[in-house]
Design a binder for this molecule. Structure first.
Ligand SMILES: [Zn+2]
Length: 416
């Protein structure tokens, strides 16, 4: 039996999305396949302006809130209907890739175009959104935090970029701190948030799977650990007489990898910085300060890993006759994606004949800002060689189209 045309699932216009995506990738292009669109840079502002024109030319209502989040809005015509949001971000890290964030925004706009041209009647308003400063040039997840009502005056007092740079950036973008702090929306007005993003890891590619349905965004903990020993002459002090802070820190770093790989299969841990003092080749290190960070998609595992790593640090300090100081620097619990939206993503994949798997996101995303506001859901498409935040970041176009079609089917399931 042949399937009639009308029973085929609706699909986005891949050529139209491609044209928009290619144009966007040319704004801030670095010539090596990547883009630099650091938040409020000339290139980022050019991309924002282009998106506004693209939205207006497509005939959608263009909206910008106090945080500078840009949207294309499609009214369902029902009074006081809530809005289903979906999108990502146009900003990039310096010398980043052209897919991170950009794909999600272009797919969101294409979904809106497809829904409208097929005259699908809706029970929710649809809004394709570009969030300001996801990458945290100034403040992490700035635009989505503002929309969710999580942005506080103190967050803006000490931006990563420095106060003056931040203020100058706001001025260039025509934004103000006062309006940013007033950009929050009510829970009642938002029905949910969906995001398509590249995986930025190798799991999907390695498994040959089309779509990753995100179960959670990992939580993390971080510490400054100081191993404290004693400075001595590095030539005249025998090996057994030393209280060598460097040895303790080094042994700890190696053991971290071992313990995570053996006992915490879904977790990761990283020592990203180490400093010895006094810091000379002829002095036994009296002190080693290191920065430790660890992540897990599971709250219980995160807690257990925290305890295990602190015990390990104490054990290594003791083994080398050192004192240990542990200063907690930050902690964030994992954010869970809506089980219902995960289920809807799964059936969208089935409808489209695409393979899917459930995985956790090791990177942060705008979706987590909205976790207490509305149900959230994310899907990933494969990143070639797992590369991201680099010009060699790449996702095959077919995979981009698959992701956009899953987004479309899911939007239809939730809003039509
Ligand atoms: Zn991103």
């Amino acid at each position: 039996m042949t399937e009639s045309f009308s029973t085929l699932p609706l699909r986005i216009n891949a050529d139209r999305m491609s044209a928009s995506f290619i144009h966007l990738a040319s704004i801030g292009a670095t010539g090596d396949g990547g883009v630099s669109r650091v938040t409020f840079s000339e290139e980022h502002l050019a991309a924002r302006k282009w998106l506004q024109t693209e939205i207006e030319n497509a005939g959608f209502e263009f909206r910008m809130d106090g945080a500078g989040n840009h949207s294309a809005f499609l009214d369902c015509g029902i009074k006081d209907a809530p809005t289903l949001l979906f999108g990502s971000h146009l900003d990039s890290v310096p010398n980043g890739g052209r897919f991170d964030g950009a794909l999600g925004v272009m797919a969101a706009l294409e979904v809106l175009r497809t829904v409208r041209e097929n005259r699908i009647s809706l029970r929710l308003n649809l809004e394709a959104i570009d969030f300001t400063d996801e990458e945290g040039t100034h403040a992490s997840l700035l635009g989505s935090s503002a929309l969710a009502g999580n942005l506080h005056p103190e967050d803006l007092k000490n931006p990563y970029s420095g106060r003056e740079n931040f203020k100058a950036g706001l001025m260039r973008a025509g934004l103000s701190e006062e309006n940013m702090l007033r950009a929050s929306r009510s829970k009642e007005s938002i029905a949910g948030y969906l995001e398509l993003h590249i995986e930025q890891g190798k799991r999907l590619e390695r498994a040959g799977i089309n779509i990753g349905i995100v179960s959670a965004i990992v939580g993390y903990g971080s510490y400054r650990l100081s191993f404290i020993g004693r400075a001595d002459h590095a030539g005249s002090t025998s090996m057994e007489d030393r209280l060598d802070a460097g040895q303790g820190a080094g042994a700890f770093i190696l053991a971290v990898r071992e313990i995570v790989m053996r006992d915490f299969p879904n977790c990761v841990a990283n020592v990203g910085k180490i400093e010895f003092a006094p810091g000379a080749s002829n002095i036994v290190p009296a002190r080693a300060d290191l920065l430790l960070e660890f992540r897990s998609p599971d709250e219980d595992q995160l807690l257990k890993l925290d305890i295990a790593l602190m015990k390990l640090a104490n054990d290594k300090a003791e083994q080398f006759g050192l004192k240990l100081l542990a200063e907690p620097l930050g902690k964030h619990l994992p954010n869970l994606m809506s089980a219902d939206i995960q289920k809807t993503f799964r059936s969208s994949c089935d409808t489209l004949g695409l393979s899917s798997t459930v995985l956790a996101s090791g990177a942060i995303h705008d979706a987590q800002s909205l976790v207490d506001v509305c149900p959230i859901g994310m899907i990933f498409v494969p990143s070639v060689d797992g590369a991201s935040h680099a010009p060699r970041e790449f996702t095959k176009w077919d995979d981009c189209v698959h992701g956009a079609n899953v987004l479309l089917q899911t939007v239809l399931s939730l809003a039509a």
